[in-house]
Design a protein around this ligand. Structure first.
Ligand code: GAP
Length: 513
C-alpha cells in the first residue's frame, strides 16, 4: 500500500469515527458511491455552502440566488444536450469483469508521470538545499521535461479522440501505454463504449400515462430555464448572475473515491449572463475571483493548480478546472466554463419561447453569453477535510491527531470544559455555553481528564477549548486554548465572544480575498 492510499484510508476512517461521513444504509452493507453526512459533517457542509453563498451572492450586487426543483420537464435534457451527449467512455476488463472510465485510466497514467516529476523535485530540493530554484528546475531538467512532454502528448491525443468520438483510438492508446486493470493487472480489455450518466425515473401513477423524467445531472439547467423570470422580476441588468446550490445525480461508472465521485452529490453553481464578445474578459475575471476564494481559506497555494481543457464539453468555448491536491493526487475541484449562448439558444429552440435580453444602451435584443462557475460541495468538503487531518509529533515524544479545519468552517467553534465535575464549575461552564450559543456552535464536555478532552476536540477540529477551573470562581477568568498552536491564555469570561468572533467570522476570512 502506498503512502497516499494509507493517508486516504485514514481520512475515510477519521470521517466516520468523528461523526463526519457515514456510508449510506450501512446496516444493509451500504449503497455504492452514496454517503450520509453525520452530525459534524452536516455542519461543515453547511459552513462551506454559506461561505460560498456569502462570497458569491451576498457580496455581489449583481448576483441573486434561486432554488429550482430537482425534477424538470424532460425536454430540458433534450435541449441541454444531456440525452444525446452526457456520456462517459467506458471499458470493461474481460478477466476481472470490472468496468472503468477509459479516459480516467489514461489520465491516471499521466498522473503517475506527474508524481515522477514531483519525486524529481523533492530529490533536487534535498540536493541543492536553499539554492534550489523550483521554477528553473521545472523548466530545464531533462527528465522533468521528458515526463511533461509525454504527459501533454497523451492528453492531447486523448482529447482529440474523445472530441472526434474516435473510441477505437482511445482503446489503442490504452493498449499502447500498456495500461493494466489497477486491481488485477490484467490487460484483456473490451472495446470502448459510450454510457449515458443520467438516472431515469417516472412521474405519474399509471403505467400508460407516466412520464419519463430524469434526476438532474447538474443544477445549471434550473438557472437557464428561469433566466427570463429572474431577469424580469429582479429587473437585472447585464452583466448579472444567478446562483444556486443543490443536489445533482449521475450514474458514475468509476465511483471508488469516497465522496470525491458520488452518484448523488451537491453542486454550487453560478451562471453569469454577459454581452456576447466579452466572454474572455469574464472568463479571466471569474478564474481569478474563484482562485482567490479558495486561497482565502489558507489551505496552501501549492495545493491548487489550473488545468485548461483540451477536450471541451458540448456547450463550452473555453474551460478550466481548479484542481486540488487530494490524498490521491491533483484532481478537479471546480470548473469554470465559458458556455457561450448554447444553453439559452437551445431552450429557445426546444420551447419556442424567446430567451433574450433587451440592452437599452445598445437598443437591441440578444441572447446573452454565459460564464459558469461550478464547484462540487462534497469535493470541497473532501478537500478541506483531507487537507486538515494531520498527525503531529509533540515535544514529549507523543503524537496528536488534529483536524486543522479553517476556523470559519469548523462545525463547532468552541468546547467549554469544567476542570472537575464539582465545586460549581459545571454550572459556570454551562452558563458560558448558554451565552455563547447565540453566536456560535459550542459544545459542553465534562467527561474524562482535561488532557483527553483536549485531544478529543483536536481530533474533531474544534478551534477553541475553554476551561473553567477554581480560579474562575474568584476572578471570572478562564483558560482559552488554541487548537493549532495549543497556546493557552487566561482571559475574562466577558472577552470570550470577541476573541472567538475575530477568528471565526466570515468577514475576517473573506476580506483576505
Ligand atoms: N454545470 C457544469 C457541470 O456540472 P461538471 O464539471 O460536470 O460541470 C461541476 O461538474 C463540479 O461538480 C465538478 O467540478 C465537481 O466538483 C462536481 N462533481 C461532478 N461530478 C461529481 C460527482 N459524481 N461527485 C461529486 N462531485 C461531482
Amino acid at each position: 500500500m502506498t503512502n497516499q492510499d494509507d493517508q486516504f484510508k485514514k481520512v475515510i476512517s477519521h470521517a466516520k469515527e468523528y461523526g463526519y461521513v457515514f456510508q449510506s444504509s450501512e446496516i444493509y452493507d451500504g449503497l455504492s458511491a452514496v454517503y450520509d453526512y453525520a452530525q459534524n459533517g452536516v455542519e461543515l457542509k453547511k459552513n462551506i455552502r454559506d461561505y460560498w453563498w456569502k462570497a458569491m451572492v451576498q457580496m455581489h450586487d449583481n448576483i441573486v440566488g434561486i432554488d429550482a426543483a430537482i425534477f424538470m420537464h424532460p425536454t430540458t435534457w433534450k435541449a441541454s444536450g444531456h440525452v444525446d451527449a452526457f456520456n462517459d467512455p467506458l471499458i470493461d476488463n474481460k478477466d476481472s469483469k470490472k468496468r472503468y472510465r477509459a479516459d480516467v485510466l489514461v489520465e491516471d497514467y499521466v498522473g503517475k508521470l506527474d508524481a515522477k516529476i514531483e519525486k524529481e523535485v523533492k530529490k533536487a530540493e534535498k540536493r541543492f538545499g536553499d539554492a534550489f530554484d523550483k521554477d528553473q528546475f521545472l523548466a530545464t531538467n531533462p527528465r522533468v521535461l521528458k515526463y511533461k512532454e509525454e504527459g501533454e502528448a497523451i492528453l492531447k491525443r486523448l482529447g482529440k479522440s474523445l472530441e472526434n468520438e474516435n473510441l477505437a483510438d482511445v482503446k489503442a492508446l490504452i493498449e499502447e501505454l500498456d495500461i493494466a486493470d489497477p486491481l488485477t493487472g490484467s490487460k484483456n480489455w473490451t472495446d470502448v463504449k459510450q454510457f449515458n450518466l443520467m438516472f431515469g425515473t417516472k412521474l405519474g401513477a399509471s403505467a400508460d400515462s407516466a412520464m419519463d423524467l430524469y434526476l438532474r445531472p447538474e443544477t445549471a439547467q434550473g438557472i437557464f430555464v428561469n433566466f427570463l423570470n429572474v431577469q424580469k422580476t429582479g429587473r437585472m441588468k447585464i452583466p448579472f448572475g444567478i446562483a444556486q446550490t443543490g443536489k445533482a445525480f449521475r450514474n458514475e461508472i468509476v465511483a471508488r473515491q469516497f465522496i470525491f465521485r458520488m452518484r448523488e452529490f451537491e453542486q454550487m453553481e453560478m451562471q453569469f449572463f454577459i454581452k456576447p464578445g466579452t466572454q474572455q474578459e469574464w472568463f479571466d475575471y471569474w478564474k481569478e475571483t474563484r482562485y482567490k476564494w479558495h486561497q482565502s481559506l489558507g489551505m496552501g497555494a501549492d495545493n491548487y493548480r489550473f488545468h485548461d481543457h483540451e477536450k471541451l464539453a458540448h456547450y463550452a468555448d473555453a474551460a478550466t478546472d481548479i484542481e486540488f491536491k487530494f490524498p490521491f493526487g491533483f484532481k478537479e475541484l471546480e470548473g469554470i466554463h465559458s458556455r457561450t449562448d448554447f444553453d439559452l439558444k437551445q431552450h429557445e429552440e426546444f420551447s419556442g419561447k424567446k430567451l433574450q435580453y433587451f440592452d437599452h444602451e445598445e437598443n437591441r435584443s440578444y441572447v446573452p453569453y454565459v460564464l459558469e462557475t461550478s464547484i462540487g460541495l462534497d469535493r470541497m468538503f473532501l478537500a478541506v477535510f483531507s487537507n486538515s487531518l494531520v498527525e503531529e509529533e509533540l515535544e514529549n515524544n507523543t503524537t496528536r491527531t488534529v483536524l486543522k479545519i479553517p476556523a470559519v468552517l469548523a462545525p463547532t467553534k468552541a468546547a467549554v470544559l469544567p476542570l472537575v465535575k464539582k465545586d460549581g464549575l459545571p454550572d459556570i461552564a454551562k452558563k458560558i455555553v448558554d451565552d455563547l450559543k447565540w453566536d456560535f456552535n459550542v459544545d459542553y464536555d465534562e467527561k474524562d481528564a482535561v488532557g483527553r478532552r483536549y485531544r478529543r476536540q483536536d481530533a474533531v477540529g474544534t478551534p477553541f477549548c475553554i476551561t473553567v477551573d477554581h480560579d474562575t470562581l474568584d476572578d471570572n477568568t478562564v483558560t482559552i486554548r488554541h487548537r493549532d498552536s495549543m497556546e493557552q491564555k487566561r482571559v475574562k469570561i466577558s472577552a470570550l465572544r470577541d476573541i472567538i468572533k475575530k477568528e471565526v467570522d466570515v468577514k475576517e476570512w473573506l476580506m483576505k480575498m
